[in-house]
Design a protein around this ligand. Structure first.
Ligand code: G4P
Length: 527
C-alpha cells in the first residue's frame, strides 16, 4: 500500500455534539487522556458560556486567542490519527456547529441520562440526519439517578427519528450503579465511584447466563442484567456496521464521563467501526479521498479578537489528495493561486507547523481576508463543495452605520464578519436597508462589539418584525417574477444575490406557501 493510502486509512474525523452541560467537554478530555494527547484532567477548556452575556463570550474568546487550541484536537490511538472537531457550547452558536458537521465523517452525541433528549440534541442530530452522518450515542452521568435505560432508548428513537442498538448496558444507576456490560466485547466492566477509575476492572463474560456473574454484581443485579440482555436481543436488531455507516442504525454506549467510565469502551468500538474519510459531493462531481490531486474546503474562520493581531485562521478540511506546505493551490472563487508557508495542525493543546496533511485532516491557514466559509482550494480544477448550509435565521434587526465618518470601516467590518459566518446579511429590495439575521440573540452583541473592537466602526440596530427568512426559487421564471412583484415589500437578497422572502409571521408564511404553489421556499440556502 502506498504511504498516501496508508495515511488516508489511518484518519478518523468526528465531532462530539450535545446539549450544553450533557458532558461534551468532559468526554472530549477523557478521550484525549486515553490518546495520551494531554496528561492532566482540566487541560481542555470548556468553551461554553454559562451566563449568556456578551462579555463572558468575549472573555473566553480573548483567552482562547488565536491559539484555538480547542477547535480541532488530534491524537493517536491504536495507530489511528483521530481528529475531534470541537463545536461551540452555546446554543446561540448552533450555526457554527452545523457548519463544523459538514467537515466530519461521523458524530458522537452525548445525552444526559437524567435529562434525556434536549432541544439542542434534537437540532444537531437533525443536521446529522440530513447528511446521513453515522452517529454513536453516549448516555452520560450513569453515576446519578436517571431515566430507565429502555425508556431513554425509546425517547432517542422517537424524538430523533433514528434506530438505535445498545452496545453496552448499565448495571443499575446512581447509588446502585455497578458498571456496564459491554455487549460489543462481551465483557463486564466494574465501576469504582469517586473518580478512582484509573484502570477499569473488566472481566470477559461471553454469556451473561454464566453463574459466576452473581459473584461480581450480586443476585438481583445479575437477574436484572440477564433479563435486560434478553430483552435487548429480542427488541433490537443485531449490530450491523454497514447500517451504522449508512446512518440507519446508531450504537448506544452508557457511562460516566467525569468518572472516566465507559469511555474506553466507546473509544475502542469507535476505532473499530467509525468511517474512514468519506467522499464529498461538489456541484461538479463526487470527490473521492483517494484521488491523487488535493482538494479541500473552508468550514470555519476564526478571528483573533486582539486588535493588535488582526490575523484570522481559516480551517480547511482536506477532502482528497495530499496537502503540502508552500505549494501553490488554486483558490477557486478568487481564481488565484495561493501558497501557505505556515499551515498549522492542532494536536490537542499544541499547535504545530505542518508539512503535509491527508484527507480527514483539518489544516489551519493564516488568512488576511482571502477566505469565506465554503471556499475551495484545489490543484487547479474548478470545484464547489456542496452541503455547507446557511440556515434560515430566526432573529432579525436592521443594522445601520452609527458613525458617518467610519462608513468604510463599517462596510468592511460587516462584510468580513459575514464571511466568518457571525451572522447573515440581507438587503431589503424595497428600501435598500440592511437586515442582520442570526440564530441566537448573542450574535447581535458579538457583531456590535467586534465591529468596534476590530474595525473601529459603530453600528446601531433597529427592530424589525420578522418571523423567518427563506430562500425562494421556481422552475417557472414567470411565476417567480410575478411573486417578486406581488410581494415586493417582503423581498430581500442575500449576500450572494439570491432571492429571499421575509415572512412577517408564521401565518403569512403559510398563506403565501399555499397561494404560490409554484414557488419553492427553502429554510437552508443549500437545497
Ligand atoms: P458540556 O461541555 O456538554 O457543556 O458539559 P461539561 O463536560 O462541561 O459537563 C457539564 C457538567 O456535568 C460538569 O459539571 C461536569 O463535571 C458534569 N459531568 C460530566 N460528566 C458527568 C458524569 O458522568 N457524571 C456526573 N455526575 N457529572 C458529570 P459542572 O458542575 O457544571 O462543572 P465542574 O465544576 O464540575 O467542571
Amino acid at each position: 500500500m502506498s504511504d498516501f493510502l496508508h495515511e488516508l486509512r489511518r484518519r478518523r474525523t468526528f465531532a462530539i455534539i450535545a446539549h450544553p452541560d450533557a458532558g461534551k467537554t468532559t468526554l472530549t478530555e477523557k478521550l484525549l487522556l486515553f490518546g495520551g494527547a494531554i496528561q492532566t484532567a482540566g487541560a481542555v477548556k470548556s468553551n461554553k458560556i454559562k451566563k449568556a452575556t456578551v462579555s463572558d463570550f468575549m472573555e473566553i474568546e480573548r483567552q482562547r486567542g488565536i491559539s484555538v487550541s480547542t477547535s480541532v484536537m488530534g491524537f493517536e490511538y491504536r495507530d489511528l490519527q483521530i481528529n475531534i472537531l470541537d463545536t461551540p457550547g452555546h446554543e446561540d452558536f448552533a450555526e457554527d456547529t452545523y457548519r463544523t458537521l459538514t467537515a466530519v465523517d461521523s458524530a458522537v452525541v452525548v445525552v444526559d441520562a437524567a435529562k434525556g433528549v434536549e432541544t439542542q440534541t434534537e437540532k444537531l442530530t437533525q443536521v446529522c440526519r440530513m447528511r446521513a452522518t453515522p452517529i454513536i450515542f453516549f448516555v452520560n452521568k450513569l453515576d446519578r439517578e436517571g431515566l430507565d435505560p429502555f425508556d431513554l432508548l425509546d425517547e432517542i428513537e422517537k424524538k430523533l427519528s433514528v434506530k438505535v442498538r445498545p452496545l453496552s448496558w448499565p448495571i443499575g444507576m446512581g447509588q446502585r450503579f455497578q458498571g456496564v456490560y459491554s455487549l460489543y466485547e462481551r465483557r463486564l466492566v466494574l465501576f469504582q465511584p469517586h473518580g478512582k477509575q484509573q484502570e477499569e476492572e473488566s472481566i470477559v463474560f461471553e454469556d451473561v447466563q454464566d453463574p459466576t456473574l452473581e459473584r461480581y454484581i450480586g443476585e438481583s443485579a445479575a437477574r436484572q442484567l440477564r433479563e435486560d440482555v434478553e430483552t435487548i436481543e429480542v427488541v433490537y436488531p443485531p449490530f450491523d456496521r454497514e447500517a451504522y455507516l449508512r446512518g440507519d442504525i446508531c450504537p448506544v454506549f452508557f457511562g460516566s464521563a467525569v468518572n472516566n467510565f465507559g469511555v474506553r469502551e466507546l473509544l475502542d468500538c469507535f476505532v473499530d467501526i467509525a468511517p474512514l474519510p468519506l467522499p464529498r459531493q461538489t456541484e461538479e462531481r463526487l470527490v473521492r479521498p483517494e484521488e491523487e490531486k488535493f482538494s479541500g474546503f473552508v468550514f470555519k474562520i476564526f478571528a483573533n479578537m486582539d486588535p493588535r493581531h488582526r490575523d484570522r485562521i481559516a480551517f480547511l478540511r482536506v477532502c482528497s489528495g495530499r496537502f503540502e506546505r508552500n505549494k501553490n493551490y488554486r483558490h477557486v472563487r478568487l481564481e488565484r493561486d495561493l501558497k501557505f508557508p505556515s499551515p498549522t495542525m492542532f494536536m490537542a493543546s499544541k499547535k504545530t507547523l505542518l508539512e503535509e496533511a491527508y484527507p480527514g485532516d483539518v489544516v489551519g491557514l493564516y488568512d488576511s481576508g482571502n477566505f469565506k466559509i465554503g471556499d475551495t482550494l484545489t490543484e487547479g480544477e474548478v470545484l464547489h463543495f456542496k452541503g455547507i448550509p446557511s440556515f434560515s435565521p430566526e432573529q432579525f434587526r436592521y443594522v445601520e452605520n452609527a458613525d458617518p465618518l467610519k462608513q468604510k470601516q463599517f462596510a468592511k467590518g460587516l462584510e468580513q464578519l459575514m464571511d466568518e459566518g457571525v451572522a447573515q446579511l440581507f438587503v431589503h429590495q424595497s428600501d435598500g436597508r440592511r437586515i442582520v439575521g442570526t440564530v441566537g440573540l448573542l450574535q447581535f452583541e458579538v457583531l456590535q462589539y467586534r465591529l468596534e473592537a476590530e474595525y473601529g466602526a459603530k453600528c446601531r440596530y433597529e427592530p424589525i418584525q420578522l418571523h423567518k427568512a427563506c430562500w425562494i426559487s421556481s422552475d417557472d421564471p414567470k411565476a417567480l417574477q410575478e411573486f417578486l412583484e406581488r410581494r415586493k415589500r417582503d423581498i430581500a437578497r442575500d449576500r450572494h444575490g439570491d432571492w429571499v422572502f421575509l415572512a412577517e409571521t408564521a401565518w403569512i408564511l403559510q398563506t403565501v406557501q399555499e397561494n404560490f404553489p409554484k414557488i419553492r421556499f427553502r429554510f437552508t440556502s443549500e437545497a
